[in-house]
Design a protein around this ligand. Structure first.
Ligand SMILES: Nc1ncnc2c1ncn2[C@@H]1O[C@H](COP(=O)(O)OP(=O)(O)OP(=O)(O)O)[C@@H](O)[C@H]1O
Ligand SMILES: [Mg+2]
Length: 283
């Protein structure tokens, strides 16, 4: 099978931003771009009452959405190879299946539906972090022109693929990589009888980051890396540096059987608040 980048669109401005991001990355990676639109089977969420002509009308509207998205992609990157796919079913389920076979899946942070004030749509939340591989979530406006890549580093097994994805993006963009680890002083550290070697802890945190990066530094020697360890909660720390970044990469932070089914609070937190596109990478 040919490697390809898949972008999903529902015709919304956020999805258009996702298509632009995907077109840029297809150009950088020299891969084809596949744009997909999913037509929901049943208009009322129950398998009854389709109005006459429903299927034809939605398919026609879907083709229109795809044609617009192709224009957006080729307008952004004229040289790329673009194909389209119109599928029928439940968007989150279809996109989860597609993510498993694509180099990466690119989606908008929200879509056409949702409610006023919603930051993330239900499809976004049901796809990002729930499938193996990389799901890039793009919101209109932020970070499209900056090149630095930021990756959040922790001690979970999920971290490796995220760090690898970040190195690859940094190499493609040529803008350097910032690896950030945020750690917090536990509550018991403030008890009067506890003595902590804070300098030692800091040093150990630096070592942990260095260890996580070591195999990837060897594989991507051309990538310039800045290693940062900060004493704060990871979400605000990552959100802060995302303001200067073109892409923020996090693991989905799944641990064990239950962990594999839910997205970690850090991934969820940065998806809500990051100033640039976010890649959630799962092993
Ligand atoms: N029918 C669809 N076909 C293809 N991609 C879709 C479809 N629906 C959503 N997406 C993708 O998922 C992203 C997020 O959309 P989502 O549906 O989660 O947000 P929403 O419409 O604002 O909220 P909700 O649907 O939960 O009311 C879109 O930008 C798009 O990339
Ligand atoms: Mg929607």
């Amino acid at each position: 099978m040919v490697d390809s980048i898949v972008a999903a669109t529902d015709g919304s401005p956020a999805a258009a931003a996702a298509v632009r991001w995907a077109a840029d990355d297809a150009g950088r990676r020299e891969l084809p771009l596949r744009i997909v639109h999913v037509v929901e089977h049943w208009p009322y969420g129950i398998s009854a009452f389709p109005p006459p002509g429903w299927q034809d009308a939605t398919a026609q509207a879907g083709e229109q959405v795809l044609a617009e998205a192709v224009k957006t992609a080729t307008g952004r990157r004229p040289g790329i190879d673009v194909t389209t796919g119109l599928a029928g079913g439940t968007p989150a389920e279809i996109l989860r299946d597609l993510a498993g076979t694509a180099t990466e899946l690119v989606i908008g942070g929200r879509g056409l539906g949702g409610f006023a004030g919603a930051v993330l749509g239900s499809v976004t939340l049901r796809v990002a972090g729930h499938v193996p591989g990389a799901v890039v979530v793009v919101r209109p406006g932020g970070g499209e022109t900056r090149d630095e890549v930021v990756v959040g580093v922790d001690d979970s097994p999920e971290c490796g693929p995220a760090v690898g994805f970040a190195f690859e993006q940094a190499r493609l963009r040529g803008g350097g990589l910032r690896a950030l680890r945020a750690w917090q002083v536990p509550l018991h550290a403030f008890m009067p009888e506890t003595v902590h070697d804070i300098a030692g802890i800091r040093q150990e945190q630096q070592r942990l980051v260095a260890d996580a990066l070591a195999p990837w530094r060897e594989r991507f020697p051309e990538v310039e890396v800045v290693q940062e360890v900060t004493c704060s909660h990871p979400v605000p720390a990552l959100v802060d540096v995302s303001a200067q970044a073109g892409l923020l990469v996090v693991g989905s932070h799944g641990r064990g059987a239950l962990g594999a089914m839910v997205m970690g609070s850090v991934s969820r937190g940065v998806l809500h608040r990051a100033h640039c596109p976010v890649a959630v990478v799962r092993a």
